[in-house]
Write a protein that binds this ligand. Structure first.
Ligand code: IMP
Length: 191
């Protein structure tokens, strides 16, 4: 089965392919499917934004589409950066800014979680599913794998950027949400 991922984020696309291809689902990028759009992500929730992205691409390609809206929610910052994670700091500076804002926060208050909400649309309708990955914010950047906030997000003592992509996909918010999407595809298409 072929599906289109509504994203211009190459890291999300890579991870989605790593997770879904072994399950028999081929993921086309929106460019490969002929949809060069970048809709305004002006929703208030992860689900709003995921649906905005999925719909913008579905209206063009008219084949099964899914989108991922995700972000990092930090307890000590009242859940920020949350849905604004992509715009929290200039690209490449998000970890440094977060570490700065967290410098006086004690160990026991450094809990954070990644959330991933996936929206899917096909001729049978649309839906969303969400999953999270709970960990804590470290004190320095560690590791070179992954993207975004991975170097400062600790899970069982290691940052996500210190894990192989297989290890990250096993425990990540995106891995869990995409495995729920796979269940929907199995029900709808026997895939
Ligand atoms: P959006 O879903 O396009 O709004 O962007 C989500 C942003 O959250 C990304 O640009 C990253 O900064 C961050 N993010 C989401 N998932 C991950 C992840 O798995 N690792 C690190 N950062 C992530």
């Amino acid at each position: 089965m072929k599906v289109v991922m509504a994203t211009n984020n190459q890291n999300k696309l890579r991870e989605a392919r790593e997770i879904l291809l072994p399950l028999g689902i081929e993921v086309l990028s929106q460019q490969e499917a002929g949809a060069n759009v970048e809709p305004d992500e002006n929703g208030e929730t992860f689900a709003d934004n995921a649906l905005i992205k999925a719909k913008a691409v579905y209206d063009i390609v008219k084949m099964p589409v899914f989108a991922d809206d995700s972000g990092l929610c930090v307890d000590a910052l009242g859940g920020a950066p949350g849905v604004h994670s992509a715009r929290y700091a200039p690209k490449g500076e998000e970890c440094r800014k977060l570490l700065r804002e967290m410098q006086n926060v004690p160990d026991e208050s450094r809990r954070a979680y990644f959330q991933c909400t996936v929206a899917y649309i096909d001729e049978n309708g649309s839906g969303t599913m969400s999953a999270s990955c709970v960990g804590k914010i470290g004190y320095e950047e560690r590791g070179t794998n992954g993207f975004g906030y991975d170097p400062v997000f600790l899970y069982n003592g290691r940052t996500l950027a210190e894990m192989s992509s297989e290890e990250k996909n096993e425990i990540s918010h995106r891995g869990a949400a995409l495995r729920l999407l796979y269940e929907v595809y199995q029900e709808r298409y026997g895939k």
